[in-house]
Design a protein around this ligand. Structure first.
Ligand code: CA
Length: 426
């Protein structure tokens, strides 16, 4: 795709796209139609195949949007200057070769600066957080921790225009149906008057504002908590924090419950049990020899709750029993490293959350090509894991466990450089 041409297209044919929109516009929305310039004239037609493809896509998408309840006026107002964004295409296609080890990620997430600022904001916003906690029953420390990790407390909301990013993803993203569905949701938000399209800023993938909600999440869960009539997760701290608490509440947050605990592992343990897809009660885990790493007893209220054993860096690193509230955080963002960072940050605000066990610093995580090589080796050795895509999912972990068991290693299903080295020779 010659991306520079897409930019030229923006300059040359923006007017032509607008004209198409205006001709098709059936019903005018009084609030937004006044903003559409009246004197636009048709400009040069699209100059190449890709330009024509985007113009065709916009025409087709406009019909889809109108079927979903977007007025022609809203569509034309929001989309009038939109052209594909090459940065978004590049970000969408980039599958990074290197991943940060989880300990480096947590070091940044739990920096002294982030902890100190969160503590100060908890004090500063006490009255507001009292009301939010009363309304939604979610621990204020977790709400503020999410705020701290999603946007560094509102500092980094992303600078991309969300409408443009989503139009790009809908037109030529790896998951165009995602881009289109999110763009329609974004247009609904604009149509409701919550935000002007040019102020709708976020990440290249369409995560918006201080809570980094994607448009469908915003539509379902964002709130106007300061009562000004607009759900504003870009500028209003009240709307931001209440929307986050509300999203956790509907994600089955249990009021007064814990997220989980770091645990000390017994000398002999079947590490095949360490998988987020497997749950046992705290009482059952206790019987298997797991204890809290800080030496305290598990709270009596949690003993019947189901928990999973999470080993973020394999059996050589820290171990955590994670409870239902941890899964509520995973609804926000499906990465266990993220949910652990939120959980530990919320504990740090309370003067806790230090990890007792050291990390296995000598076990660096595999690069993308090494993960693909590991999957190829698993196949060659007869361990079926599904598609060789470089992604360590459930099936790959299962295949790794089988290999580990066959050579007498603890079957934690965790891929490391030393495991790959062993597989190359054995
Ligand atoms: Ca508001």
């Amino acid at each position: 795709m010659p991306l520079s041409r897409l930019f030229r297209f923006h300059v040359l044919t923006g007017g032509a796209v607008l004209l198409t929109g205006l001709v098709l516009s059936g019903c005018a929305d009084a609030r937004t139609s006044a903003r559409v310039p009246e004197t636009r004239l048709p400009m040069a037609p699209p100059v190449n195949e890709n330009d024509q493809r985007f113009a065709d896509w916009l025409t087709e998408f406009r019909l889809e949007a109108m079927k979903a309840g977007i007025t022609g006026a809203t569509f034309d107002r929001a989309m009038r200057d939109v052209a594909p964004d090459e940065d978004v295409v590049a970000a969408d296609q980039n599958q990074p070769e290197f991943v940060k080890p989880v300990w480096d990620y947590l070091k940044g997430a739990l920096s002294d600066k982030r902890v100190a600022r969160g503590k100060a904001l908890l004090v500063e916003n006490k009255a507001l957080l009292d009301r939010i906690e009363k309304a939604y029953g979610v621990d204020r420390s977790v709400v503020v921790a999410i705020w701290g990790l999603e946007s560094n407390y509102g500092d980094h909301m992303g600078t991309q225009n969300v409408v443009r990013s989503l139009a790009t993803l809908g037109f030529e993203g790896r998951r165009p149906e995602f881009g289109r569905a999110q763009l329609i949701a974004a247009l609904k938000i604009i149509q409701a008057g919550d935000i002007q399209p040019e102020e709708m800023l976020g990440s290249w993938a369409g995560a918006m504002g201080q809570t980094q909600f994607i448009p469908t999440t915003y539509l379902a869960h964002a709130l106007d908590f300061d009562g000004d009539g607009r759900r504003d997760i870009w500028h209003s701290t009240a709307d931001t924090l209440a929307s986050t608490a509300h999203y956790l509440q509907v994600s089955k947050w249990q009021t007064g419950g814990h997220w989980g605990f770091e645990v000390a592992m017994p000398a002999h343990f079947d590490y095949a049990l360490a998988d987020m897809s497997l749950t046992k009660s705290i009482a059952e885990w206790s019987k298997l020899g797991l204890k809290r790493a800080d030496g305290r007893a598990f709270p009596a209220t949690d003993t019947e709750e189901t928990a999973s054993l999470l080993l973020p860096a394999g059996y050589k690193g820290p171990a955590f029993l994670v409870l239902n509230n941890f899964r509520s955080i995973l609804v926000y963002n499906a990465s266990t490293s993220y949910a652990l960072a939120v959980s530990l940050l919320s504990d740090r605000f309370k003067g806790m959350g230090e990890i007792k066990r050291g990390w296995p610093y000598d076990e660096r995580p595999l690069t993308r090509s090494e993960r693909e090589e590991l999957q190829a080796l698993l196949t060659a050795k007869g361990y079926d894991h599904g598609k060789a895509d470089g992604i360590i999912g459930y099936n790959t972990r299962k295949a790794i466990r089988s290999y580990q068991q066959s050579v007498g290693l603890p079957p934690d299903g965790y891929p490391t450089a030393s495991l790959l080295e062993r597989m190359r020779t054995n």
